[in-house]
Every structure is written in structure tokens, then in C-alpha cells.
Design a protein around this ligand. Structure first.
Ligand code: PEP
Length: 261
């Protein structure tokens, strides 16, 4: 995969209000219509901005993503985001297992691997493509537990893949070391070569656990303090299929600056 055709996924978290999301989506839509971008660009606005942003991105090559979804498809689930409404927005992807969701920082309740696995199963059934985030905390890294944690998350969260007979799964896994995420303290960007090595190990693990039918189609992203200065270091790694960007993706001039022209 050439650097120019890699994936750039943008997680706007709750940084932007509806008006700000609309304004950024309009700028991205204008850019996308003017320039034939070869990268796959994915944007995840907050759920309240999803519908309007989806309308603005229609007819562009930018794909829409939700930041989370309910375990069940539709029904009596107060406060939940249903799959039918997601589809109405034009949403193609959903982020699952973000560290802010796993820790309980985002929703007030920590999502376990079991819940994430159930959501992933429903996504595959409903045809919404998951972007599964995995990553170790600083204390886990310091205790030498990185691969053990990643293995547990990967194997549990992807349990539904054992029942899949199709090899046409548009699944992405974002390796996001929790300690590297910009909102968790002073920005720490890991060495791109180290990220490449971990992703190589994850690809091997995926292949040994879920077989050669599924593994080659899965794309691996890196996320954590990616900015306009270090992005090419990550995208230049052979095993890194793309990046998931938080904070920087909400800065109009910086994000447009890194998109292909
Ligand atoms: C994230 O939280 O998914 C993320 C990658 O954030 P940031 O780019 O701000 O570190």
C-alpha cells in the first residue's frame, strides 16, 4: 500500500459542537471535491452532528463513522444509538473499544471486552464496519504486559469472527497505546518503527487465531498523538495501513494540510 493510498480516520470525539462540525465538514467536502484524494478518509463526528455531517459529505469520497453504537439493533433502549438511525445518516463505520470508552471516561460506565465483542458481532450482522481500538495503559506497558493485553483484547473482542464464513469483512484495528493519546498528558509519540513491530505481531496473531481467510483483509491503523509533523513517519511504515487521529483532526488547516491533493 503506497503512503498516498493509506487510511486517514478522524475521531472528533466531543471536541466540536454541531456548528463547528458542520463548518469543518463543509471545508473537507470542498477540499475533497477539488482534489482527487487517493487516501481513504473517514470522519467520526459526535452522534448529534452525524446526520448533518453525513448530508454534507454525500457525493464526496469521505466516509462517515460513528464514535460508538448500541449492542442491540433497535428497540426500547433509551439513550442508545440504533443501527437503523446510523444507516440513515449514511454511516459506514463505527469506532468500538476506544480507550476512553473502555475506561468509563466517556460514558460513565466502562465497556468491557465482553460488551465490545457483542457490539462487534452486531456490527457485522448489521453491515456497519467496525474500527476496533486496542491498546495498553502506561502501567501495563511498564509491567511488560503490552502483548498480553493486546492479545486478550484482540481475541475476545473479535470472537464473532470465528462464526464468519465470509472473507469480505471491512474490519480495521486501531492500535492506540493509551499513554500515547494526546488527551492523556503531554504528547508522547512512539517511535514509528516500534509501532510497526507491534502491528506485525498483531497481524501474525490475527492470522494464527482467525485464519488466513480473514486476516489479510483486516487493516491496521496507528493512533496516538499523530500530528501534521509526525504523520508521514507512521504512514511510511510497511505494516501500518493508516492512522486514527483525535485532536489534530479537528484543526481545519492541519487536517486539510495532510490530505492528499
Ligand atoms: C484517540 O483518542 O483516538 C487519538 C488518537 O487521539 P489523539 O490523536 O488526540 O492522541
Amino acid at each position: 500500500m503506497s503512503v498516498n493510498s493509506k487510511i486517514i480516520a478522524c475521531n472528533w470525539k466531543s471536541y466540536l459542537g454541531v456548528g463547528e462540525s458542520i463548518s469543518l465538514a463543509k471545508a473537507l467536502a470542498v477540499h475533497s471535491k477539488k482534489h482527487k484524494m487517493r487516501q481513504r478518509i473517514i470522519v467520526a463526528p459526535s452522534c448529534i452532528a452525524l446526520y448533518k455531517v453525513g448530508q454534507l459529505l454525500r457525493g464526496t469520497q469521505i466516509l462517515l463513522c460513528a464514535q460508538n453504537v448500541n449492542v442491540e439493533s433497535n428497540g426500547a433502549y433509551t439513550g442508545a444509538m440504533s443501527f437503523d438511525s446510523l444507516r440513515e445518516t449514511g454511516c459506514k463505520y463505527v469506532i468500538l473499544g476506544h480507550s476512553e470508552v473502555r475506561s468509563g471516561k466517556s460514558l460513565g460506565i466502562a465497556e468491557t471486552d465482553r460488551i465490545i465483542a457483542d457490539k462487534l458481532r452486531t456490527c457485522l450482522k448489521e453491515g456497519i464496519n467496525p474500527i476496533l481500538c486496542i491498546g495498553e495503559t502506561l502501567s501495563e506497558k511498564e509491567a511488560g504486559l503490552t502483548m498480553k493485553v493486546l492479545r486478550r483484547q484482540l481475541i475476545t473482542d473479535l470472537g464473532a469472527l470465528h462464526d464468519m464464513d465470509s472473507n469480505k469483512i471491512d474490519l480495521m484495528i486501531a492500535y492506540e497505546p493509551v499513554w500515547a493519546i494526546s488527551s492523556n498528558g503531554p504528547s508522547k509519540s512512539p517511535d514509528p518503527a516500534e509501532i510497526n513491530d507491534i502491528i506485525i505481531k498483531l497481524k501474525k496473531l490475527l492470522s494464527s487465531e482467525f485464519g488466513h481467510k480473514i486476516a489479510p483483509d483486516v487493516k491496521f491503523l496507528y493512533g496516538g498523538s499523530v500530528d501534521n509533523l509526525n504523520i508521514s513517519g507512521y504512514l511510511g511504515q510497511s505494516s501500518v495501513d493508516g492512522v486514527l487521529i483525535g485532536g489534530m483532526s479537528t484543526n481545519k488547516s492541519k487536517i486539510i494540510g495532510v490530505l492528499g491533493k
